[in-house]
Design a protein around this ligand. Structure first.
Ligand code: T4K
Length: 388
């Protein structure tokens, strides 16, 4: 039963026979971590691959976020989105920064730049937007606001590995961007992450911060942390780069198949690729409009589970609903994010997902809609369902 479960994602691994010689080399060298040769090589290759100036590897995306905030000495209040994985806001909390939630726009579920200005106070120092599902935020508008108010911008680009806007990496926007290479991401190093920055001085500072602030044997220049990626993961990451493009092709194929299958189902919305964007097909969220589809998002979630298909409700509940944050004044009135979080379900998506699974998901959704059509029309329907 466990084995037959179709989960929302399945990590892509490099061929084991290619990894073993690298492991043997690491075994021979006895150099396991602390800026080893694979770490250095992976940073160089990644920068070229992504088309960015500098990459600093981390042991995960959360520590990369925390260190990015430290690097820019961010304090006070930071404007961010409630529609993300909790790590985005937790990184602020761990730095003693007050999160200020601003609602999202309904199309791509990213921070709504039109609402940012009203949330700026004398305490605001930065904006922490997220490229949710890998779809870029309104990059130019956010930068314009940041310039106008003297704010820093740190992008949580955990979902945006390989995404380009107008031919250039989205990671080139803002002051810093962070990536996650967690097992569930389009590009994984088992666990892992990175900060992308624009100049060598900043990279040096980031590199100190991820290694206890150590500059040399007798000098500690900052209260750093331990957030280094080890040699095994760096070697694994170098191998993964070779397979990224084919993985994206596989994801694109599955995404297009879903879109084709779902296009005529009323009340099921999916995202098209944004204009001017080379997308990475990292997630396939669908949004269930209960009043049109006749069944709720949770009905869909449960129905899929009956067929051993485990979608995930990323991101439900909102971060602003969790106990640590719900007392904040900005946790209220996030109407669009609230609505979207009740509609969204991410369907299984990974490069080698079988076409038959997509067909099954589509037929389950079609079947649910058919069932709805058979519901007799009642006057004053308690569920407020629209009957075609
Ligand atoms: N910012 C954003 C916007 C993020 O989305 C994340 C992480 C971060 C920051 C922080 O980056 P990291 O510190 O994680 O590098 C998962 C991931 O753990 C998390 O990395 C990710 N976002 C988040 C969106 O998803 P869960 O709690 O959903 O993970 P889990 O264990 O339930 O796994 C999800 C699915 O993947 C399951 O169906 C099982 C499958 N899976 C999972 C693992 C770990 C596998 O098939 N193999 C595996 O090895 O959080």
């Amino acid at each position: 039963m466990e084995k037959n479960k179709i989960l929302v994602t399945r990590p892509q691994l490099p061929p084991l026979n290619e990894f073993i010689p690298l492991l043997e080399d690491i075994w021979d060298s006895r150099w396991l971590t602390n800026n080893g040769k694979y770490h250095q090589e992976f940073e160089t290759q990644l920068a070229t691959f992504l088309g960015v100036p500098y990459v600093s590897l981390f042991s995960n995306g959360t520590l990369a976020l925390m260190a990015a905030l430290q690097c820019l000495k961010i304090k006070g209040e930071v404007i961010t989105t409630p529609f993300s994985f909790v790590a985005t806001t937790h990184s602020l909390w761990w730095n003693g920064i007050k999160p200020v939630f601003v609602d999202i726009e309904p199309d791509y579920c990213n921070l709504d730049p039109k609402l940012i200005e009203a949330a700026i106070t004398p305490e605001t120092t930065a904006i922490l937007p997220v490229h949710v599902y890998g779809n870029p935020c309104e990059l130019d508008e956010i930068q314009h606001l940041a310039d106008r108010y003297g704010l820093r911008v740190i992008y949580d680009a955990a979902h945006a590995f390989g995404v380009k806007y107008k031919g250039s990496s989205v990671l080139n926007y803002g002051d810093l961007s962070i990536l996650s290479f967690h097992a569930t991401k389009v590009f994984n190093t088992i666990e892992g992450g990175a900060i992308i920055c624009h100049d060598l001085k900043t990279k040096r500072r980031i590199d100190y911060l991820k290694n206890f602030g150590i500059a040399d044997e007798t000098t500690v220049v900052a209260p750093g942390i331990n957030a280094k990626m080890n040699e095994l993961q760096a070697a694994y990451g170098i191998l993964q780069l070779k397979y990224f493009d084919s993985a994206i092709d596989g994801r694109q194929h599955i995404t297009e198949k879903y879109r084709k299958g779902l296009k005529d189902i009323v009340g099921v919305r999916y995202l098209e690729n944004p204009v001017d964007v080379d997308y990475n097909y990292s997630y396939f969220p669908v949004f269930i409009d209960e009043s049109e589809f006749g069944r709720s998002r949770d009905d869909v979630y449960e129905e899929l589970k009956k067929h051993n298909i485990y979608g995930r409700r990323y991101f439900y509940p909102l971060i602003s609903e969790f106990s640590a944050y719900r007392g904040l004044p900005s946790a209220k009135g996030l109407d669009i994010a609230f609505e979207i979080s009740r509609q969204v379900i991410c369907l299984p998506l990974y490069p080698d997902l079988a076409d038959e699974v997509v067909d099954l998901v589509v037929s389950i959704l079609l079947g649910m809609q058919e069932d709805r059509k058979e519901v007799p029309v009642k006057i004053g329907n308690q569920n407020n369902r629209k009957i075609d």
